[in-house]
Design a protein. Structure first.
Length: 111
């Protein structure tokens, strides 16, 4: 029987500057999906971009190679990740004048 787990990495967060989600230990899982659900967007030409990162120890981070599409309005995006080792997180960049995003970031794992 497969194991499935959903972790809420950011709940109803307000994102106005660059940040990284909390690291999540996921070595038992075979696949992962990051979901970014944006409820509200403010500012002039706002954009939220994100990059999946992996780590062997939860402290040293490297880009995994999977960027998420830029978010410019309310809605949702996701990306799938496989062959990631043990630790996962998203690094996120906020651009635009007075840009602010409100939303939630999930990590769903299946092993």
């Amino acid at each position: 029987m497969k194991q499935i787990h959903t972790a809420v990495l950011e709940r109803n967060g307000s994102f106005s500057e660059d940040f990284a989600t909390e690291p999540y230990e996921a070595g038992w899982a075979e696949e992962a999906i990051f979901f970014v659900k944006i409820d509200d967007v403010e500012g002039i030409d706002p954009a939220l971009t994100a990059q999946v990162q992996v780590s062997p120890d939860g402290m040293t981070w490297m880009n995994e190679g999977t960027p998420l599409p830029a978010v410019k309005q309310a809605g949702g995006i996701f990306t799938r990740v496989r062959h990631f080792g043990n630790w996962l997180r998203l690094t996120c960049q906020v651009s635009g004048t007075d840009a602010n995003f409100s939303g939630t970031i999930f990590l769903c794992l299946k092993g």
